[in-house]
Design a protein around this ligand. Structure first.
Ligand SMILES: Cc1cc2nc3c(=O)[nH]c(=O)nc-3n(C[C@H](O)[C@H](O)[C@H](O)COP(=O)(O)O)c2cc1C
Length: 241
């Protein structure tokens, strides 16, 4: 297929543009292909392939830790999730709500530097993990003070994975009845089932670390794998739109 005239060239540009969208169009041009002579549908397909395999930015996950206690067993779940995601090629960022300035949280200071930075990490994420211990049959109050500062619809378009840990199984459904309505109000529409653990599944070691039992580790692996797959699919789809 050969293109010689300016009309052909213009037509071709429109075809590439409509086929691939702005970003891919730029990539095709970056390759300095001579649009007048040799761009064909095959090249478009190759550009698409390159984009999905190599040119898409590393997908990002932000983990919001809603525990006010630094040494919480929740840390073990978060660390495992972080490792698994990094292995899958994700950039992982963290918002530790317990480390944000209490004044900013209590007085809902949307403009504070720390809150703006934390919200930036949420905004740029393709997926968000919301982790919390169960306090009084719900997620923690500290986590709510941060969620109140997330902009309206701040979770729209993101894949969400809840991770909860409680002293007992009695509040197994707290993810559904307490967290999910809030996530929904923040615009989240793709919320994965989530992982509920109990303290007994995570032992503290003499060295100050944690040991997660096999059953919980397997559930975490399954859920992270699902999060990774869904997120990559969504990122690739968005890039090819
Ligand atoms: C203030 C407070 C309230 C709690 N309320 C509940 C509860 O309602 N249901 C539950 O299963 N566990 C509850 N727990 C237990 C914690 O969810 C559980 O121990 C969690 O894993 C925190 O562990 P950590 O001590 O390693 O941070 C509560 C703990 C605290 C400190």
């Amino acid at each position: 297929m050969t293109f010689t005239s300016n009309v052909d060239s213009l037509f071709l540009s429109v075809v590439i543009w409509s086929e691939l969208g702005w970003r891919q169009f730029a990539i095709v041009n970056d390759e300095k292909l001579d649009r007048n002579v040799k761009i064909s549908y095959d090249i478009i397909q190759r550009a698409k392939k390159n984009l999905t395999k190599e040119n898409i930015d590393m997908p990002k996950v932000t983990i919001i830790n809603g525990s006010p206690t630094p040494g919480s067993r929740l840390t073990a779940m978060i660390e495992l999730a972080d490792q698994l995601l990094q292995k899958q090629g994700f950039e992982v960022n963290h918002v530790n709500v317990g480390e944000l300035p209490p004044e900013d949280l209590i007085h809902t200071k949307f403009e504070s530097e720390a809150i703006v930075k934390a919200n930036g990490l949420v905004a740029e994420a393709d997926a968000v993990i919301i982790a919390s211990p169960v306090y009084k049959a719900s997620y923690t109050g500290v986590l709510k003070t941060f969620l109140d500062l997330v902009p309206q619809k701040g979770l729209a378009g993101k894949i969400i994975l809840p991770l909860f840990i409680g002293g007992s199984l009695a509040h197994l459904l707290s993810i559904d009845y307490s967290l999910k309505p809030v996530l929904s109000a923040l615009g989240a529409r793709h919320i994965l089932g989530g992982v509920y653990a109990v303290d007994a599944y995570i032992a503290r070691t003499d060295q100050g670390g944690f040991e997660i039992n096999e059953e919980l580790a397997a559930r975490l692996e399954d859920n992270i794998a699902e999060l990774a797959e869904e997120t990559k699919r969504r990122v690739q789809y968005a890039a090819l739109k």
